[in-house]
Design a protein around this ligand. Sequence first.
Ligand code: UT7
Length: 332
Amino acid sequence: MTNNNKKVQASIVGLGYYVPPKVMTNFDIEKIVDTNDEWIMTRTGIKERRIAADDVASSDLGKEAALKAIKDAGLSAKDIDLIIVATISPDMIFPATACVLQKMIDAPQAACFDISAACSGFPYALTIAAQFIETGFYKNVLVVAAEALTHLIDWQDRSTCVLFGDGAGAAVVSRSRDGGGLLASSLGAAGQYVDLLKLPAGGSRMKATHQTVDDRLHYLKMAGNEVFKIAVRTMEKAAREVVEKAGISLHDVDCLIPHQANMRIIKAVYERLEIPKEKVFINVDRYGNMSGASTIVALCEAIEQGKVKKGSIVVIAAFGAGFTCGANVIRW
Ligand code: UT7
């Protein structure tokens, strides 16, 4: 059943995003590790990314995005019933970054939790939020995808440090006000691949010790090449599945918002889906991979640039560590 048949339609009624001001170009990274602009551009399509200052955490980025989204929705923080933060760079292992954010934005009545779905964080959190709205459990859910991921990157590992950036996006999800809304969602995971992309130390599997720090195991590790192949297959499958669930065809899609990990992955996905490049929103060149925040920041920019308008059919498709995948069809 598509969401079209439901009595209550969940919809994004407010949006906001924030990226930290500091820009790091490929030329800046050339001074840190043995790499060069040409390699990074050819292999990833990334020119530059934003970097959070040392004392700026994911909640700080998320707060800026959240306040904009709440204002855009015409609400106050006091109207928010639930805060879901999607992040793999939480302020701390616990408590939830959503609780930290709750205090920052002064939303004392909200319930709060985080989800760890990596780069699929936004489609996962949006789908969860929609369930609370469609069942009538809550009126206004604030979804925040925030990543200060460059604090967790090994700046001695050229195979990963060139890829990531920091940023945050937020959406207020409520009952549809104008007939637009979430038409369908599709979520999945493939736990057999957990070891391909992970941050090994500091949890209960491998507690933090001097040795884990010396071995740099508290930084993100990735088998990039293997991830690449799974990413292409997974995003294509997720996009096909969600479009079918919504009862539409790929030809009906006005704007595809893929996870922004690598230009070559994005290209392979839209070519396989036979969606023309003009209908695909791309900002990986300016921000790199902001993990969970990538698709929401891209959605905000697609609207700003007039690529998503009232009535547009938007498809979001993402994959990430886990390996999770998530996709949504939204009538804007
Ligand atoms: O959202 C999270 C999911 N993550 C991703 O989506 C990332 C998926 N993977 C990728 O995007 C690509 O695999 C990478 C961009 C990470 C790597 O591109 P690749 O075409 O798969 O390159 P590779 O790993 O096969 O490495 C090719 C060569 C190697 O040298 P040799 O062994 O051929 O001599 C690497 O050592 O490139 C070398 N290399 C670099 N050279 C210059 C790796 N990183 C760099 C670098 N600068 N930064």
